[in-house]
Design a protein around this ligand. Structure first.
Ligand SMILES: [Zn+2]
Length: 286
């Protein structure tokens, strides 16, 4: 199955208390589009809102009708990226007064009247509870939501099905990200409902895979640095030799996030060179 699967169902009901409505924004970064989840027996809580595609609200409306529901009771967001928060405006036009909340942290622009959710906050729905789990790394404001009733974890963009998570330069942080994955490993999880792609049946297996993948990448990068390969473009060429060149920009971002993590841990050193790529060298321990 390809990452951008045109046959990915637009709506689904993966459990009695979980419904899924697709944000209708397929693409390289979003796969089949952003998943939005309706959680609860009635008056469901809506997790994320898509990017604001005009057809999304009518699709949501149709699904609500199929379930015998009228409206979401509230919106909780995983993080501020546009493909999660962009639908808020249209939703509030359709459902005036709809409460919206997220972890407010380093936000530059938010819609009006967004409430703050802190790590550990419990959001009560009808027959379900969502526990906010602060998981920075992909974005500094990122929350996952844990639903103990089904040991279900809504991971937003921290764990995806069919792709690795991007650690954007600037707001992303791989060291935080790895710590977030370890934190998720400490929860008693069955299924993962991610923001992109199908349900992940073996949640713990997927988290372990993610950690292993990053550690393997880190080893490759440390090896390259140890071999005297000093710049990111040169490292990408070596490590991503099998990957098509058009993806090398994204690969470079990934390598950079690893190098920054290693620098924060005191294992490599960056030398900035004007108008040229930085040089990266190993730091001898001790
Ligand atoms: Zn994101």
């Amino acid at each position: 199955m390809s990452w951008i699967d045109p046959d990915f169902p637009k709506t689904a009901t993966p459990s009695d208390v979980i419904g899924r409505v697709l944000g209708l924004n397929p693409g390289m970064m979003t796969g089949p589009g952003t998943n939005t989840y309706l959680v609860g027996r009635r008056d469901p809580i809506l997790i994320d809102t898509g990017i604001g595609v005009p057809d999304y609200v009518p699709l949501l409306d149709r699904y609500l009708g199929e379930r015998g529901w009228k409206a979401p009771s509230r919106v909780v967001l995983t993080h501020r990226h546009k493909d999660h928060l962009g639908g808020v405006k249209d939703l509030r036009t359709r459902f005036p007064g709809l409460p919206v909340a997220k972890r407010i942290h380093r936000d530059e622009e938010l819609p009006d009247d967004v409430d703050d959710i802190q790590d550990g906050d419990v959001i009560e729905g009808d027959g379900v509870t969502l526990v906010a789990v602060y998981t920075p790394g992909h974005a500094s404001d990122h929350l996952c939501y844990y639903m103990p009733e089904e040991k279900a974890l809504f991971t937003g963009d921290v764990v995806l099905s069919g792709s690795t998570s991007v650690i954007p330069a600037g707001d992303g942080d791989l060291l935080d990200y790895m710590n977030s994955l370890k934190r998720l490993q400490g929860l008693d999880v069955r299924r993962i409902y991610s923001a992109h792609g199908p349900v992940i049946e073996d949640g713990p297996g997927r988290i372990a895979e993610y950690i292993a993948h990053r550690l393997q990448r880190e080893r490759q990068i440390l090896e390259a640095v140890g071999d005297g390969i000093e710049t990111i473009p040169a490292m990408v060429k070596k490590i991503y030799a099998e990957v098509p060149e058009k993806l090398h920009m994204m690969a470079a971002q990934s390598v950079e996030s690893h190098l920054k993590k290693l620098a924060r841990e005191g294992r490599v050193r960056e030398t900035v060179v004007p108008d040229k790529p930085s040089l990266w060298n190993p730091m001898s321990l001790g």
